[in-house]
Design a protein around this ligand. Structure first.
Ligand code: NAD
Ligand code: UFG
Length: 338
């Protein structure tokens, strides 16, 4: 199949590009480099041994997108990774988040219609479960209530837009993959999470302490009703996520479908710090602080549907994700990029 990846030079997109290529699919990428780096394409091509056409443009630049699709022939499936994902930034600048995340989705839908592309895989998030306490979250758990920030709201709104678009157009098939907490890196150490600006997520912060760039990890909350008092999440190796996208791209959904991609294993903040300490051999000091506003105590996935529908389940452990992230931090992530 020929697969268009929007945001294909980003963290999850770059790993997915390699996995798709390894499965025999042809990959085309559009990315505006707003949170990635041009040389990621060289690394993806080196690791996959394949050339991948790249359009450096905003997905909302419909002239450029349509021209790219026209020049590169038929596409069977689009995977929509492109978007903004920094939770705190979305609180400070909500209009930008609604504009980019929803605008790119609408532009992509129009381009798909113009080019007869019937299948879409969308990067959704466990954030759509909001304040729902029904853990583990199944795809039937309530969504949309108590989502604490504009970023999360865009994911829920986009799911609703795609649901309506599928209802209106019986030819359109959409799978919304609800990722839990993506972590880890490609085992080569050549690609991983390398955002522009400062990271906000736990593993890059823990990695920064292991490398000595930060003094300590601030643990947000130590009084949750969890085994050690810190927040509990479902950390999923990015290589498992990438494989999930290959299967989702090959799957023919019935209209709109949502599928969780998580490990199904609950782990606390302190579990992750311990695991990273073990693989890195570095001391990772931390201090206990008050809860971060908007955080839920516990979030992890019910993974039955992914296995039933896609034949997918996570294969990598949190320890393996820490090991691969540590290799990436040492080999590549800290090297300066233009
Ligand atoms: P990322 O920022 O690394 O990748 C997104 C890519 O999209 C980047 O390369 C960026 O340059 C590009 N991009 C952004 N806006 C664009 C635009 N208007 N036009 C073209 N390209 C654009 O993020 P990621 O971690 O790989 O996440 C991919 C998707 O998965 C995002 O939609 C994100 O919201 C979603 N998601 C991520 C997580 C996570 O924790 N990483 C969790 C749940 C969902
Ligand atoms: N945490 C700390 N200290 C830090 C950073 C995080 O203790 O410095 C804790 C948080 O309080 C939480 C856990 O680590 O308990 C995970 O936090 P992250 O910020 O890494 O991830 P979240 O679960 O808050 O959110 C992530 C993504 C969202 C996505 C959501 C669900 O950032 O984009 O998972 O998929 F929506």
């Amino acid at each position: 199949m020929r697969v268009l990846l929007t945001g294909g030079l980003g963290y999850i997109g770059s790993h997915t590009a390699i996995a798709l290529s390894a499965a025999g699919h042809h990959v085309l990428i559009v990315d505006d480099l707003s949170n990635s780096h041009r040389e990621v394409i060289d690394r993806i091509e080196a690791l996959s041994g394949c050339t991948m056409p790249l359009l450096v443009a905003d997905v909302r630049d419909e002239v450029a997108l349509l021209g790219f699709l026209h020049d590169h022939g038929e596409v069977d499936v689009a995977i929509h990774f492109a978007g903004l994902k920094a939770v705190a930034e979305s609180v400070a600048n909500p209009e930008r988040y609604y504009d980019v995340n929803i605008g790119t989705t609408l532009a992509l839908l129009r381009a798909m219609e113009a080019h007869g592309i019937a299948d879409l895989v969308f990067s959704s998030s466990a954030t759509v479960y909001g304040s729902s306490k029904s853990v583990p979250h199944t795809e039937a758990s309530s969504v949309g209530t108590g989502i604490a920030n504009p970023y999360g709201k865009t994911k829920h709104m986009i799911e609703e837009i795609l649901r309506d678009a599928c209802a209106a157009n019986p030819d359109l098939r959409t799978t919304a993959l609800r990722y839990f907490n993506p972590v880890g890196a490609h085992p080569s150490g050549m690609i991983g999470e390398n955002p522009r600006g400062f990271p906000n997520n736990l593993m890059p912060i823990v990695a920064g302490v292991a490398t000595g760039e930060r003094d300590e990890v601030t643990v947000f909350g130590h009084d949750y009703s969890t085994p050690d008092g810190s927040g509990v999440r479902d950390y999923i190796h990015v290589q498992d996520l990438a494989r999930g996208h290959v299967l989702a791209a090959e799957y023919k959904s019935k209209g709109f479908e949502a599928i969780n991609l998580g490990s199904g294993v609950p782990s606390s903040v302190l579990d992750l710090i311990r695991a990273y300490q073990e693989v890195s051999g570095r001391n990772i000091p931390y201090s206990l602080a008050s809860r971060r506003p908007g955080d839920v105590a516990v979030s992890y996935a019910d993974v039955v549907k992914a296995e039933r529908v896609l034949g997918w389940k996570a294969e990598h452990t949190l320890l393996e994700a820490c090991r691969d992230d540590w290799a990436w931090q040492q080999a590549t992530a800290r090297k300066p990029l233009p």
